[in-house]
Design a binder for this molecule. Structure first.
Ligand SMILES: C[S@@+](CC[C@H](N)C(=O)[O-])C[C@H]1O[C@@H](n2cnc3c(N)ncnc32)[C@H](O)[C@@H]1O
Length: 203
């Protein structure tokens, strides 16, 4: 968190995403696709200014956001505040969410903490619930390096903890989760992870 100034970014964030730079290419399309996957009680981790509420009903929605500046901006826009929390500590009771969503925030979790972040999402999820992660990702470390070089984005890519499909597939296999990957564009993927009911398991 100290690495990035989210409090300082809060004021201009909504304007910046409309510039559709490489990270935010298809921003609104991605939020709409994620919202379309969200059912029942929705928890949005790293919700920022709550832009996804353009596509979701606020009665079913709880945002979680560590930056005070982002929480304040969210409150100004929507008239209620998200909870103060982060990927490794989500202030939500166990098994209370039908869908956990996160857009453009998972790349702030260091690779070695990604498995714990997924476990924390699973903790708050009802059996049979789903996690939907939308973010910049790459198929593999090789693809990450290649795209970084081809697109002149080596430094920007090295500055963040962008996940790879390989890495997330391994974590899901280890935790016995079903996962599906959908590529939206050259940079952004949507990952759907299902908390499998014990009765649904094949083993
Ligand atoms: C690029 S913004 C995305 C905001 C919003 N989800 C969206 O799609 O516009 C990233 C957000 O993640 C939050 N964030 C950073 N580190 C985080 C962490 N460890 N846990 C949860 N949220 C985090 C930041 O404060 C920021 O609001």
């Amino acid at each position: 968190m100290e690495k990035w100034d989210f409090d300082g970014w809060a004021e201009s964030y909504d304007e910046d995403v409309t510039k559709e730079d490489w990270i935010h290419r298809d921003y609104w399309k991605v939020l709409k696709l994620v919202a379309g996957q969200a059912e029942g009680a929705v928890v949005d981790i790293g919700c920022g200014t709550g832009s996804i509420l353009r596509f979701l009903r606020s009665e079913n929605y709880v945002g979680v956001e560590p930056s005070e500046g982002m929480r304040k901006k969210f409150q100004e826009k929507h008239g209620f505040e998200p909870l103060d929390g982060h990927f490794l500590s989500v202030p939500i009771p166990p098994e209370s969410a039908d869908t956990v969503i996160t857009t453009y925030a998972f790349h702030h979790v260091p690779d070695e903490e990604k498995e714990d972040a997924i476990k924390e999402m699973l903790r708050i999820l009802k059996p049979g619930g789903r996690i939907v992660i939308a973010d910049v990702m790459f198929e593999s470390e090789e693809e990450k390096m290649r795209i970084g070089e081809e697109d002149g984005l080596k430094e920007e890519i090295e500055d963040e903890y962008f996940a790879t499909v390989d890495m997330l597939r391994k974590i899901c296999t280890k935790l016995g989760l079903e996962c599906r990957f959908e590529r939206v564009n050259r940079y952004v993927w949507i990952v759907k992870i299902r908390k499998v009911l014990t009765s649904d398991r094949k083993d």
